[in-house]
Design a protein around this ligand. Sequence first.
Ligand SMILES: NC(=O)c1ccc[n+]([C@@H]2O[C@H](COP(=O)([O-])OP(=O)(O)OC[C@H]3O[C@@H](n4cnc5c(N)ncnc54)[C@H](O)[C@@H]3O)[C@@H](O)[C@H]2O)c1
Length: 364
Amino acid sequence: MELTVSLGPRSYPVFLDSGTANNFPATLNALFPESKFGLVTNTTIRDLYKPLIDQWTAELGLTIHIMPDGERYKTIETWGAIFDTFLPARFERSSVLIALGGGVVGDVTGFAAAAMLRGVKYVQVPTTLLAMVDSSVGGKTAVDHPAGKNLIGAFYQPNMVFVDTAFLATLPEREYRSGYAELFKYAFIGGLDMFDFIVRNHKALIKHDNAAMLEGIKRSIEIKAAVVNRDEKETSGERMLLNFGHTFAHALEKCFNFEGLLHGEAVWYGMACAIELGKLLKLIPVADIPSYDTLAAFLLKPQLPSFPPVDDLYNAMFFDKKVAGGQIKFVVPAEKGRSVMKTGIPEDTVKVAMRKGMTLHGTV
Ligand SMILES: NC(=O)c1ccc[n+]([C@@H]2O[C@H](COP(=O)([O-])OP(=O)(O)OC[C@H]3O[C@@H](n4cnc5c(N)ncnc54)[C@H](O)[C@@H]3O)[C@@H](O)[C@H]2O)c1
């Protein structure tokens, strides 16, 4: 199926299907005739998908750049090395970089495309669930800096996104569950229909049911595209809704020094805390509480090596990029499928929400 991210002259198609990777060169040639193509991927994907990459290389005449695997390589150095491959190969503004991988490959390649020759085309081929439902769409590109994650980057939209859910077959289960947190979060911001979709399909999604997955990814991309359409460069605040559960999650990640805990694993806890906050602030209507309790019981909170003290978690929240003027911004659930931005929430209330949300089983 084909979706569209509507952004005026920067609009682009998203192709979403299963088992279509062999057709990728034909799709690409049709959209970008006569272009030169470059592929960026990492060592893990290269080893897992060598026959596919060989086929693409034969059909597209690819120049290939392989980066090391891992968030710790999401750096200016890794970014700079991309130019060392493609500039000597005489890439031009009409050339197309292909990012084949998860969010790390996608973010670094997108940022390289933004800077090379002041902007070349790029295409996202996400291979993790997180990248399919979140990072491949929307045009946020970045690398990390020792001062923090994603601090150097650009808003730069891809020219096409090609999602083939067959890539998920090789994704480690832990990565799948972590990425699923980013799909699940759309229940809180994507309207009543998405809320009900998650309630109905949670079990199928955990079991990797392909039909449920395709529908969940489609809905996620549509919801994200609509938010990005209204707030492409995060100026009106609406795009911040996509960070549902993330204020708490980033604090948890910081308490673990961004090690040992996957981002999505922290987001599961973050969503639990946000639900508790919605109840405490009475933003969730009483009639909707049982439905939210159903969602809360679904959250795939993993066992943590330890539970950081609530005071540490609270202090860690002040390092979030979304803190403005010393005020922490929270995305808090209201009616089913709708969340609102809130600031000025009393410290005690936040800490109570954290104590409840951080429990491993349920939210009692
Ligand atoms: N740009 C955005 O809007 C946005 C949004 C959310 C997250 N992000 C960024 O995304 C990154 C996280 O992305 P991620 O969760 O995809 O992590 P990742 O890119 O590190 O991928 C996770 C691991 O899975 C491996 N992998 C990828 N696809 C595979 C496959 N099909 N089979 C087997 N292994 C595979 C990778 O090599 C890696 O080891 C972070 O850097 C985050 O900042 C960006």
